[in-house]
Design a protein around this ligand. Structure first.
Ligand SMILES: [Fe+2]
Ligand SMILES: [Fe+2]
Length: 191
């Protein structure tokens, strides 16, 4: 079998030598190889917004876990604190991915609220806090679903990471929804 025939019989696989050569040529690109289907700079810019969203989530849940008062607030505080810990894990994962892509994760507090998709809101009382968190989680869920579709097969690593995060945000939204029902006896947000 000639080299050309071998080439035609396996059209989608790059031979190991070519892969190694290519990997060596672009060592400064880090984890990004020529097969990366996305626009790296755009991916980094998107992930900086996701990072800001997650940082704001950590701040909001942490504040709520400390400042919540009122009837059965202890168990709600514990739930807020657990969510804060999980949001921190998201911060870590997103920042690591930005770094892998050759970007510098943006932790600058200046402009953080503007970069974030969800808002930082303290809430006047326990029910307000739960509502604020539910709203923020719904925004995050919508935003991440959209991003998962956007990345598709162009950047599977980023997509799979976001899918993992999305699953947790859906649980968070569900937890907040259940708390709202427990405290207000109503299943839906008023507005
Ligand atoms: Fe999160
Ligand atoms: Fe969340």
């Amino acid at each position: 079998m000639s080299a050309a025939q071998r080439q035609t019989s396996k059209p989608f696989l790059t031979d190991v030598k070519t892969l190694r050569d290519r990997a060596r040529q672009h060592l400064s690109d880090g984890a990004i190889t020529p097969a990366y289907g996305g626009d790296v700079q755009k991916t980094i810019a998107i992930l900086q917004n996701v990072l800001a969203t997650e940082i704001v989530c950590v701040l909001r849940y942490t504040q709520h876990s400390i400042a919540a008062t009122g009837l059965s607030s202890e168990s709600v505080k514990a739930e807020f604190a657990q969510h804060a810990t999980e949001e921190q894990a998201h911060v870590q994962a997103v920042a690591e991915r930005i770094n892998q892509l050759g970007g510098r994760p943006d932790f600058n507090p200046e402009g953080l609220a503007t970069r974030s998709a969800s808002q930082y809101a303290e809430g006047e009382n326990l029910v307000d806090m739960i509502k604020e968190n539910l709203i923020a989680e719904r925004i995050a869920v919508e935003h991440y679903r959209e991003l998962i579709r956007y990345f598709g097969n162009d950047d599977t690593t980023t997509r799979v990471m976001l899918e993992g995060i999305l699953g947790v945000e859906e649980e968070h939204a569900n937890d907040m929804h259940d708390l709202l029902v427990a405290h207000e006896g109503k299943p839906m947000l008023e507005d």
